[in-house]
Design a protein around this ligand. Structure first.
Ligand SMILES: Nc1ncnc2c1ncn2[C@@H]1O[C@H](COP(=O)(O)OP(=O)(O)OP(=O)(O)O)[C@@H](O)[C@H]1O
Length: 320
């Protein structure tokens, strides 16, 4: 059993990195629309980094800072994730992995990347589409819990993103409300690929311990008790189940609302306790959907593409 990943405290007093013209130039696609397509993304113009003006800090992550930036010439808004050159090696490894995955992906359900920048000083940045409603975590805190129809809409989008990733042999490994970005049209996109894994084959086993432990499946928390390795794709499904439950009940499902998470409590609850269940009032379809995700034995969990056809989603058809 490995250690809990700690969130690095970002030093707010560090000067903002100056992304100068010495950096390589990257193609900047046309601004994203509600239905961004690969064709739209490939219709690109080129800008220099000095054409990006920082407007405000959107948030801090594990080693990086995300800024809202404006492309001066077109006034279009983007998000720029910046990691300083003096960050530790783990942070650089994570941002490199994130850049590699974002460059490979092309899906309306994955946050779109418009360029990556690497300076000789080691400063690294990723230019992404700006999601103007923040994350599902911030929405939960500001506007409260989500209804079943809202969750069905959210779930369908996450599952389409996961189906895309898994078909491309990418395991996210850190799915949680704060890694799901939202815009004002309630489009939900999967983000933050710092601890994701690209498999060389579809069924390669996983055995590394990275990600946010609270959302880890029992077999990821304690691989030794599960034969030393596990199917990482099904680990994403467990995290999805916990994420949806949290959005429905308003707090992390394994803990009561006022309980502080600590590693020992979490470990016992996830590895030795029963999976959490929905409170009274939830529909049978939603209850069944959550059960299909939160099976302790991973082989009993449904895959992302199977879940897309679950009665819970069929009972809330899309308008499109
Ligand atoms: N494309 C984006 N559009 C709008 N806001 C964003 C975007 N990307 C990130 N953010 C904001 O910046 C914050 C930090 O994002 P980042 O991916 O660096 O880390 P995180 O997911 O919050 O944390 P960690 O890396 O520890 O998992 C997010 O929580 C979100 O509020």
């Amino acid at each position: 059993m490995a250690v809990v990943r700690e969130r690095r405290q970002v030093n707010l007093r560090l000067p903002l990195p100056d992304l100068s013209d010495r950096c390589s130039r990257f193609p900047l696609p046309l601004p994203p629309s509600a239905s961004t397509t690969a064709a739209a993304a490939s219709a690109s113009v080129t800008i220099s980094q000095t054409e990006l003006e920082k407007l405000q800090v959107l948030g801090h992550g594990n080693g990086g800072t995300v800024y809202k930036v404006q492309h001066k010439r077109t006034s279009k808004i983007y998000a720029l994730k910046v990691v300083n050159g003096d960050s530790d090696v783990t942070v650089h490894r994570q941002v490199s992995r994130e850049m590699e995955i974002l460059r490979r992906t092309d899906s309306p359900h994955i946050v779109r990347c418009y360029g990556t920048y690497v300076k000789p000083s080691g400063d690294v940045a990723i230019l992404m589409e700006y999601m103007d409603a923040g994350t599902l975590d911030t929405l939960l805190r500001t506007r409260g819990t989500f209804s079943e129809p809202e969750l069905a809409h959210i779930t369908r989008q996450i599952l389409k993103g996961l189906t895309y990733l898994h078909a491309h042999k990418i395991i996210h490994r850190d799915l949680k409300p704060s890694n799901l970005l939202v815009n004002k049209n309630m489009e939900v996109k999967i983000a933050d690929f710092g601890v994701s894994k690209i498999m060389s084959r579809r069924l390669d086993p996983c055995n590394s311990y990275v990600g946010t432990c609270a959302y880890m499946s029992p077999e990821r928390f304690d691989p030794d008790a599960h034969g030393g390795n596990y199917d990482g794709y099904l680990g994403d499904i467990w995290s999805l189940g916990l994420t949806l439950m949290e959005l429905y009940v308003g707090h992390f499902p394994f803990l009561s609302p006022d309980q502080r998470p600590d590693w020992a409590t979490l470990m016992c609850a996830i590895c030795f306790g029963d999976p959490p269940t929905l409170p009274q009032g939830a529909s049978d379809e939603f209850r069944s959907f959550i059960e299909c995700c939160l099976q302790k034995e991973s082989s009993k969990r449904w895959t992302a593409s199977q879940l897309l056809d679950h009665p819970f989603l069929r009972s809330h058809p899309t308008s499109d």
